[in-house]
Design a protein around this ligand. Sequence first.
Ligand code: SF4
Ligand code: SF4
Length: 310
Amino acid sequence: MSTTAPISTPNKPASVTQPGPAAIKTKAHNPSAEAIRDKGWWKAHQWLVLRRLSQLSILALFLLGPLAGVWIVKGNLSSSLTLGVLPLTDPFLLAQVVAARHWPETAALLGAGIVIAFYALVGGRVFCSWVCPVNLVTDGASWLRRRFNITTGRAPKRELRFWILGAVLVMSAATGMVVWEAVNPVSLMHRALIFGGVVAWGGVAAVFVFDLLVAPRGWCGHVCPMGAAYHLIGKGSLLRVSARHSSQCNDCADCYAVCPEPHIIPIPLKGKSGALPVIKTADCTNCGRCIDVCSKNVFVFTHRFDTRRD
Ligand code: SF4
Ligand code: SF4
């Protein structure tokens, strides 16, 4: 495994249209600095702050029951019941249950239907960036990589997550068990926060070290089969980010530095071969971080049929 060629560095994504000379930044460059200077702190962080509020509020709702006896939500992100009436089921969990030849209860089917409908509309990987607590861990690793200019490691191919998804379903069918739940870092993190334990915290720490030293932005976009399932669900989603004001771009590359999937930016941003400005790929997590850090206000949230560019 190479230790010198990451799939992307903060300022120079590999195998994509390269930003211009202005993209050459000093070590540990802060990609928010220009946006803070030109737009103010709030505008340079608003989607990040809202995302953290969303992640922490959802986590708090789940923890209130076991830690404080306030049962607004029962269960975890794989399967839950809110206020005793709203079932929500992770579709990947449901697929494993079916593969294991257990017929799910009606509430579980209904819960999966609600979840699929929601993420099919707003983007499947919105789960990754706005809901999943593991995103706090992987974003933390990514921040440390930028902060300390760590360039070691190489992420595996993006297709790996789909192979793992398929393998999990095959293993569930072969064993009659829901195999991913035993190692799912999302469930392990819940367990770690409620019960502690070496295994649970060890699983979370392993994801952190993997993203920090082994594979930059490796877990969520390259390995996690849960993320892969939400990727498939959100392929035709309506909510999208657009590089509508691309004529303002000054090639600073701050958007590449913060994007968890920087390979998706160049074509909509540069409009090569008449490409539309909307980022339609399901790899986009709709995190909004590119909107935050762009001092030129190039990016906006819009819908997938919005072709405007200026
Ligand atoms: S889109 Fe904005 S953040 Fe990205 S390179 Fe252009 S000016 Fe910089
Ligand atoms: S393109 Fe923007 S919204 Fe999409 S993943 Fe990258 S930073 Fe987030």
